[in-house]
Design a binder for this molecule. Structure first.
Ligand code: ATP
Length: 599
C-alpha cells in the first residue's frame, strides 16, 4: 500500500541531513532514504514534504508564524498569558526569559512542545500527515485550523512536530539544495520540473529511477520556470560579459513576472513561483483575447499597473494592492514569447522571438505592450523618451540607458544576448541585470537645501533642482556654521511637492552673481561650474531638510566640496519636521560610506 512510510523515518532523515556537514553526505543520506526506506508509490508523498515550497497540489495554509503561534497556543489549550504563549508570540524578540532559540520559530515551538508532548512517536504515516496537511490548507477558519493542529499534536512527538511546523512554514533549513534533491531522485527530474512546475507529475512520471526520460519541451497550460537574470555590478562588466554578442538593453520594469498562457478561451497567469493568479483574469483576459492574434501561445512579461492620472506605470507594491488594482489599470509588458500555435519557440533566438512577438501581439497603450528594440512600447518615459529597449552598440550606450532609467526611477536595466535561446530557470548570464543600490539611510541622509537651479521647458525660470549640502560638524552643543556642497538633486518629488518647497524658499532665494560676488561665506564650495546654482538660499536657518537616497557605489566627488557625492540622488521626502541644524554632517556621512562596503 502506498503512503505507509512512517513520518518518523523521514524525521530521522531530516535530522541526519541537518546534522551532516558536507553536501556529499547530505545527498547520500537522501539517496539512501529513497533506495531503502521509501517505496516508489510514496515518492510524491515524501518529496512534497522535503520540498514544500514546490508543492502546488495543496493550497496555501494561510499560516505565517504569528497566526501559527496563536493556533498552536489554542491547540495546546494554553493561556495566552502564560510564559510559553508569550514566548511563542514573541518568537522573534524573546519573552521575559529569552531562550537560545529566539528568532527561529520552529525551535521556539519545539521548546514549548517538548514540555507538553511525550517522546514517543505516534506512528503517523506520511499519508496520514499529508491528509492532515490537506485539511489544514483547505479549512479556512482559524478554529478549524487549530483543531487540525491539535490532531497533529496528539499523533506526534515534539521532534516530529518541529519538522511539521517547518513544513507548514515551507522551509526545512536542511542545507541541501532543491537541485541536489532532484538530482538524487532522478537525473531528469530537474529538467522535467523546470518545464512543468508539477512535482506530482515529476515524481510519478520518473518513478522508475533508472529509466531515462526524453527531454520534454514546454506546454501551454503548464507553468515554466522562468529564465532569470544574473546581476552585474556596472555597465562595463555587463559589456565585458556579453563581449562580441549582439545585445539588447531593456528597462527593468518593477512589477510582477507573469507568464500568460492562452489556450483558446482559457487563460492562465502564472507567477514566478508558478502560482496561477486568477485574480488577473477580470482585468486582463478580454484584452488578451482580443489582441493576442493566435489561439495558443505563452507570453513572458511583467505585470504592472497603469496610472492614467500620471500616464505612466505605477509602482507595483504589495499583493493586496495588486488585487485591488486588478479591477483597474492592469497592464502587461510582454518582453518574450515562448510558444506560438502548437510549437515551443524557446529554441529560437531572442531576435526571432521578438519578430514573433510583433506578429502575435497587437499592442494596446497602457494595457498590453510589447518590448522590442527601438519600438514596441507605446508609452513614453517621463523623460519624454519613447524608447524602453534598444540595441546597444557600445558600453556608453549601456551607461546612458542605465542613467536614464534611474533618473526615471525605474528599477534598472536588463541586458540580453539577442542570439540566445530562452532556457527555463537559467541564470548563467544570457540575461544580465544592472540595478542601482539605493541606500535608504533615512535620517542619516538628511541634507540641507543650499541653492537652486532653474529648470527648462515647463519649469523654465523656476527652480527645478537643488544644490544640497552637508554640515561641517559643529562643536558640541552648538549649531553648524558652515555647509559643504554635496550634490545636485532634482528627481523624486511630485510636481506639487516641488512647488511647495520652491514657494516656501522663494523669499530666501538670492541670485548668484559670479564672478562679481561669490557664494555666501557660510557655504563651502569648489569652483566647479556644476556647483554654481542660479540662486543661493540666503541663510541656512531659513532652509529645508531633504531626505535623499542614492546609488552609493560611485561617489568619490570631483565636483562638489564634500569628499563624496551621490551618483543618482533622488529626493525621498521633504523633512518639514526637522530643523535646519539637524542636517547630516560631513564626518558622519564619510563614516557611513566607509561602513558600507560599497566604495
Ligand atoms: P529582482 O528582485 O532583481 O527582480 P529576481 O530574482 O526576481 O530579481 P531576476 O531574474 O534576477 O529576478 O531579474 C529579472 C526580473 O526582472 C524578472 O524576473 C522580471 O520580473 C523583471 N523584469 C522587469 N523587466 C524585465 C525585462 N525587460 N526583461 C526581463 N525581466 C524583467
Amino acid at each position: 500500500m502506498s503512503g505507509e512510510t512512517k513520518f518518523s523515518v523521514m524525521c530521522s532523515l531530516f535530522n541526519w541531513i541537518h546534522k551532516s556537514k558536507s553536501s556529499k553526505q547530505k545527498r547520500s543520506k537522501f539517496r539512501k532514504f529513497l533506495d531503502t526506506y521509501c517505496k516508489p508509490s510514496d515518492y510524491f508523498s515524501a518529496i512534497r514534504l522535503i520540498l514544500p515550497n514546490l508543492d502546488r497540489e495543496r493550497g496555501s495554509y494561510g499560516l505565517k508564524e504569528s497566526v501559527l503561534a496563536t493556533c498552536i497556543i489554542d491547540a495546546l489549550g494554553m493561556s495566552r498569558e502564560s510564559a510559553d504563549a508569550v514566548r511563542l508570540i514573541n518568537w522573534r524578540k524573546g519573552g521575559a526569559k529569552t531562550g537560545v532559540n529566539v528568532g527561529n520559530f520552529s525551535l521556539v515551538a519545539s521548546e514549548v512542545l517538548q514540555r507538553r508532548q511525550g517522546m514517543m512517536s505516534g506512528g503517523l504515516t506520511i499519508k496520514e500527515l499529508n491528509d492532515l496537511l490537506d485539511r489544514l490548507a483547505s479549512n479556512e477558519n482559524r478554529a478549524e485550523k487549530t483543531s487540525v493542529l491539535s490532531d497533529l499534536i496528539k499523533k506526534t512527538n515534539a521532534q516530529e512536530m518541529k519538522w511539521i511546523v517547518m513544513i507548514i512554514l515551507k522551509d526545512l533549513k536542511l542545507g541541501i539544495s532543491e537541485k541536489s534533491i532532484f538530482h538524487e531522485f532522478h537525473p531528469d527530474a530537474e529538467d522535467l520540473f523546470n518545464v512543468t512546475c508539477d512535482l506530482k507529475l515529476v515524481c510519478e512520471r520518473l518513478r522508475d529511477r533508472h529509466q531515462r526520460h526524453k527531454r520534454q519541451d514546454i506546454e501551454v497550460g503548464k507553468a515554466v520556470r522562468p529564465q532569470l537574470a544574473l546581476r552585474v555590478a556596472n555597465a562595463a562588466s555587463a559589456w565585458k560579459k556579453l563581449h562580441g554578442k549582439e545585445v539588447v538593453i531593456e528597462c527593468k520594469f518593477d512589477g510582477d513576472r507573469i507568464q500568460i498562457h492562452k489556450n483558446g478561451q482559457e487563460i492562465h497567469f502564472f507567477s514566478r513561483n508558478f502560482l496561477d493568479h486568477s485574480e488577473y483574469t477580470h482585468g486582463m483576459s478580454n484584452v488578451i483575447m482580443e489582441n493576442v492574434l493566435v489561439d495558443r501561445c505563452i507570453l513572458d512579461g511583467e505585470m504592472l499597473v497603469w496610472d492614467t492620472s500620471t500616464d505612466r506605470f505605477a509602482e507595483f507594491g504589495s499583493n493586496q494592492e495588486i488585487a485591488k488594482a486588478a479591477k483597474e489599470g492592469l497592464a502587461n509588458v510582454a518582453f518574450d514569447i515562448l510558444y506560438v500555435g502548437d510549437t515551443s519557440v524557446i529554441h529560437q533566438t531572442l531576435k526571432e522571438r521578438h519578430e514573433l512577438l510583433k506578429k502575435v501581439v497587437k499592442p494596446v497603450k497602457g494595457r498590453l505592450e510589447i518590448l522590442v528594440p527601438d519600438g514596441g512600447l507605446n508609452v513614453h518615459t517621463t523623460a519624454g523618451e519613447p524608447c524602453w529597449s534598444r540595441v546597444a552598440r557600445n558600453v556608453d550606450d549601456v551607461e546612458t540607458f542605465f542613467k536614464r532609467t534611474i533618473e526615471n526611477r525605474d528599477e534598472g536595466i536588463v541586458l540580453k544576448d539577442l542570439e540566445s535561446k530562452w532556457e527555463p530557470s537559467d541564470r548563467s548570464g544570457k540575461w544580465l541585470k544592472l540595478k542601482p543600490d539605493y541606500v535608504r539611510a533615512g535620517s542619516d541622509l538628511d541634507v540641507l537645501i543650499i541653492g537652486g537651479y532653474y529648470g527648462s521647458g515647463r519649469r523654465g525660470g523656476q527652480v527645478a533642482q537643488f544644490l544640497v549640502g552637508l554640515a561641517e560638524r559643529p562643536a558640541p552643543n552648538t549649531y553648524p556654521r558652515r555647509f559643504v556642497s554635496f550634490c545636485r538633486v532634482g528627481t523624486g518629488l511630485s510636481d506639487e511637492e516641488l512647488d511647495a518647497v520652491v514657494n516656501k524658499l522663494k523669499p530666501y532665494f538670492r541670485k548668484y552673481e559670479y564672478p562679481k560676488k561669490g557664494p555666501p561665506s557660510y557655504y563651502k564650495v569648489t569652483n566647479n561650474s556644476k556647483e554654481r546654482p542660479d540662486v543661493w538660499i540666503d541663510s541656512p536657518e531659513k532652509s529645508l531638510i531633504l531626505s535623499i537616497t542614492s546609488d552609493i557605489r560611485t561617489i568619490r566627488s570631483e565636483v562638489f566640496a564634500a569628499p563624496y557625492s551621490l551618483r543618482f540622488p533622488r529626493i525621498d521626502k521633504v523633512r518639514d519636521d526637522k530643523p535646519w541644524h539637524e542636517c547630516l554632517d560631513v564626518e558622519s556621512f564619510v563614516e557611513l560610506v566607509h561602513s558600507s562596503n560599497h566604495t
